[in-house]
Design a protein around this ligand. Sequence first.
Ligand SMILES: Nc1ncnc2c1ncn2[C@@H]1O[C@H](COP(=O)(O)OP(=O)(O)OP(=O)(O)O)[C@@H](O)[C@H]1O
Ligand SMILES: [Mg+2]
Length: 224
Amino acid sequence: MPVLTAHSLTRSLGTGENRVQALRGVSLAIEPGRTYAIAGHSGSGKSTLLYLLGLLDQPDSGRLVIKGHEAHSLDDAARTALRNEHMGFVFQFHFLLKEFTALENVMLPMRKLGRLDPDAMSEKAAALLAAVGLADKSARLGNQLSGGEQQRVAIARALANDPALILADEPTGNLDHTNADRVFALLSDLVHARGQSLLMVSHNPDLATRCDHVFQMQDGQIIT
Ligand SMILES: Nc1ncnc2c1ncn2[C@@H]1O[C@H](COP(=O)(O)OP(=O)(O)OP(=O)(O)O)[C@@H](O)[C@H]1O
Ligand SMILES: [Mg+2]
C-alpha cells in the first residue's frame, strides 16, 4: 500500500489580481522504502505541494490519502495526530527553536507524540544527533550552531518519531557540497533501511537524480 496518494490536487494562493493557480491538478503516489525528488523552476509549485501533502495547508479540490486515511474527511485534531505520528519535516528557512539546545529540539516531536519517557527521549535524540555527525554539539543552543549544523539538527528532528514519510524542502540547501552529500546519503540510507519514504524538493540535480524517482514540476503540474 502506498504511504500517500494524491489525486488531482488544486490550490490557488493570493488575492485579487495577485491570485495565482499554484497547483493545477497534481496526482502522485509515494511507496514505502523509496526516495523521491521534486524538481522544477522557482515558482512552479513545489513548496505549495509539499505543504498540502504535509497537511499544513488544504487543497481547493482533490483528494489526499495518507496511510489509508482520507485526509480531507478528518478534523483538525485528527490531521495533527496523523502528521505527528507519520510525518517528519525539514523545511526551507524553518530551522530550530534558537533558545533550545540541539538535543531539546530533536526531542520536541517525541514530546508531542508522548510515547516515550524522558530518558528514552533524550537517549534517542542523542543517537539521532550522532547519526548526523553532531554528537559533540547536543548541548549547544540553536543560535550557537552554524546554518549547516542547524540544518542537520532539523534532519535529526524530522526522524525523531520514525515517520513513515519525510517531507523535505531543500534539506541540503545551506550545506557545502561535502555535507550536502553526507546528509543526503544519510537520509537515503535510513529511508531505504527502515522502509520509510522521502519526498524532497531539491534544486541540486545531482542529488535529485540519486533519488529513486524524480517528479518534474512545471506551472503547477507534474509533467513527468
Ligand atoms: N502566499 C502566497 N500568496 C500568493 N502567491 C503565492 C504565495 N505563496 C506562493 N505563491 C505563488 O505560488 C506559486 C508557487 O509557489 P511555490 O512557493 O510553491 O513555488 P516553488 O516551486 O516552491 O518555488 P521555489 O523554488 O522558489 O521555492 C508561485 O507563483 C508563487 O509566487
Ligand atoms: Mg519553494
